[in-house]
Design a protein around this ligand. Sequence first.
Ligand SMILES: [Zn+2]
Ligand SMILES: [Zn+2]
Length: 220
Amino acid sequence: VGCGRQGFVVCPECLKKAERAELVCPECGRLAVGGNTHLGCQQRDGLDGLVAIWRYRGVVREAVKQFKFKFVKEAGKDLAREAIGVIENDGRFLDFRNLIDKSVIWTGVPLHRVRENWRGFNQAELIAREMAKGLGGEFIPGLVERRRYTEHQAGLARRQRGENVEGVFGYNLKFEIRNLKLKTVVVVDDVWTTGATMKECARVLKKAGAERVWGMVLAR
Ligand SMILES: [Zn+2]
Ligand SMILES: [Zn+2]
């Protein structure tokens, strides 16, 4: 992906030139310093901030597609590695960098119900694992899990159903023994679209006791 340079799935030089995303408040979508949720937009069980690395276009869009739909895991690793470089070097990510320490927990959003069977890997968790490896903190896969399809959902019109994730996710009871109190959790996904899934993950994690929940996506 990119200019076709040999030896890479995604050309790092092309990624370095890729257009970066503006940091916005996850609640209102307006510009926000450091990606921090505006004070007036904060919800008790909402996201405390959001960082997106690139605009979803060009080489980034192409790489994400390779990664997501063609199972090219290397593309995901290349993107994660470059994303780590951006977070470490771009001053706009200072607030986010300051959140990251050994106690931070990284996890991915649960897979889409329809896709989980045929893809065989969760692209969000692959990125989360790479981020933890590169930036520090602990990677915990499956912290938020997808629950059974609810009757409430089944009753909705098909058009609405795609957006309605309320009550679909739950805290994975396998991790009940872990104390999320005073912990910062970073929920990772490849692309931010409506944010509905990410916000629902934040709600679940806050209810489970997390002090702070941030979202991190490769592209927006
Ligand atoms: Zn290139
Ligand atoms: Zn806002």
